[in-house]
Design a protein around this ligand. Structure first.
Ligand code: NAI
Length: 482
């Protein structure tokens, strides 16, 4: 097959990245008291921009501004008026979608095809969807007039920077809360472009504050006495730490943490379709997805045929320049992630798993990893248990549905799973037995703001999206408060 394509580069100039970004605090762009951080383009290793960071005093100011906005204009405003702001923000994201997609690709390293076709449109959808809830809180099934919680402290990771900001800000505002949000230190740019959109939408000062910085800023936000609700997405160790720090404070907490999703392929599945699903489920976003299908469980009778087809398909994936519209697999987000992923690939080989790697050429610079498949792992291997968070698929086999279920559930995580079978009753039976917040049937990694997303066990608790996601931002007298 001829795999030579002419490059189709999106222009980096479209993003108009500024040399320096500031905090968005109380409706104004201001310098913070922390040291500036540099954000690096993962595809080149070059500095993309410089960003001012928050100090503890800035966190105090932001929480105070969020409280004033909550006690003032935001809580006095009717739901329909609040909804208008959300619609306005959604439209502005759509209008600036090309710029946001390029900025995200430059800052995160993921291919333009993903930012253009998934991250940015889905972020806009979340604002559109939640705009509709703002004046219908009494119809959520949570009582006639559920109340907001107050100030929400939100900390997000680097794998979906704009989308995670949208997932967190949109329901918080729809429910009537105000927000102090911290983007990840390696990907602050699109959250700060979103801040420009919020300012252009004339959102009252203090309703949303965006404070770049590292873990210390995140910690200052979530532990701040003036914060009523905490929403965190990131690693399991940091999530556990936040949970223990918040114990006894009465704050409502949702945690969306890691995963080790199983994609289960039965012999009767539409094999070519399943190959596509498995490939997109792990090589999509370089595998840097909490709900990635990072474990393939394939029925023994078709395992050989399936793996052959899978390898053939993976060989065709184009790895490289994220701004090229032909690119399937971009750069990992940071040197730290590159070291972690390549280190775990070595561990898998040492543990005795068969390692197959795509023969694709890798760019000379940037944090690129070739798509890799462990062909015959066992459940006790680290690569079958730990979240690798890279374009690395670990394959196990099974004979019976019961064995598939036992192997899929043999993980401390429980975020996502996929079932590939032509038999509807089997799919339903598996879904009932799988300990995972999301189970996809003959598809994978499909998202919609109306569908609740979240995990079990070490994948966290609480839901984002759908009515359960709204409940996380409302006073529902449930067990969600610590
Ligand atoms: P991390 O959990 O350290 O970072 C996520 C966010 O939390 C960042 O904004 C960070 O600044 C903030 N943070 C760090 N320490 C904090 C603290 N004590 N209090 C409050 N906020 C804090 O994750 P990291 O180091 O970026 O990635 C490590 C691993 O975590 C990855 O290799 C991956 O396995 C997993 N991960 C999972 C994600 C998911 O979507 N579930 C997202 C990012 C990472």
């Amino acid at each position: 097959m001829d795999l030579t394509y002419a490059p189709a580069l999106e222009s980096a100039a479209i993003a108009a990245i500024k040399p320096r970004y500031q905090l968005f605090l109380d409706g104004a762009f201001v310098d913070g008291g922390g040291d500036d951080l540099t954000s690096v383009n993962p595809a080149t290793g070059e500095t993309l921009t410089t960003v001012s960071t928050a100090s503890a005093a800035d966190v105090d100011r932001a929480v105070a501004a969020a409280r004033r906005a909550y006690d003032g204009p935001w809580s006095r405003m009717g739901g329909a008026e609040r909804g208008k702001y959300l619609f306005r923000i959604a439209r502005a994201i759509a209008e600036r979608s090309r710029e946001l997609a390029v900025a995200e690709t430059l800052d995160n390293g993921k291919p333009i095809r993903e930012t253009r076709d998934f991250d940015v449109p889905t972020a806009a959808q979340h604002f559109f969807h939640h705009a509709g809830w703002a004046d219908k809180l009494g119809h959520l099934g949570l009582g006639p007039a559920p109340r907001p919680l107050g100030v929400a402290g939100q900390v997000i990771p680097w794998n979906f920077p704009l989308l995670m900001a949208a997932w967190k800000i949109a329901p918080a505002l729809a429910a009537g809360n105000t927000v102090v949000l911290k983007p990840a230190e390696t990907t602050p740019v699109t959250a700060l472009i979103l801040a420009e959109i919020l300012a252009d939408a004339d959102l009252p000062p203090g309703v949303v504050n965006i404070l770049p910085g590292a873990g210390d800023v995140g910690s200052a936000i979530v532990n701040h006495a003036g914060v009523d609700k905490v929403a965190f997405t990131g690693s399991t160790p940091v999530g556990k730490r936040i949970q223990s720090e918040l114990a006894g404070t009465g704050k409502k907490l949702t945690l969306e943490l890691g995963g080790k999703g199983a994609n289960i392929v039965f012999a009767d599945a539409a094999i070519d379709q399943a190959v596509e699903g498995i490939v997109s489920g792990i090589f999509f976003n370089q595998g840097q997805v909490c709900c990635a299908g990072s474990r393939l469980l394939v029925q023994e009778s078709v395992a050989e045929e399936f793996l052959e087809k899978l390898k053939r398909r993976v060989e065709t994936l184009r790895v490289g320049e994220p701004l090229d519209k032909n690119t399937d697999v971009g750069a990992l987000n940071s040197q730290m992630q590159y070291d972690k992923v390549t280190g775990l690939v070595e561990v898998g080989a040492e543990e005795g798993a068969g390692v197959w790697t795509s023969s694709c050429a890798l760019p000379e610079r940037g944090w690129f990893v070739a798509p890799t498949v462990f062909t015959d792992a066992t459940a006790s291997m680290r690569v079958a248990r730990e979240e690798i968070f890279g374009p690395v698929l670990t394959t196990l086999t099974f004979r019976t549905p019961e064995e598939a279920l036992a192997k899929a559930n043999n993980t401390p995580y429980g975020l996502s799973a996929g079932v590939w079978t032509e038999k509807g009753s089997r799919a339903m039976g598996m879904a009932a037995g799988l300990k995972a917040g999301v189970v996809w049937d003959n598809t994978f990694n499909k998202f919609d703001p109306t569908a609740s997303f979240g995990g079990y066990g070490e994948s966290g608790f609480g839901r984002e999206g759908g009515t359960a996601g709204m409940a996380a931002y409302l006073d529902t007298d449930d067990e969600g408060a610590l």
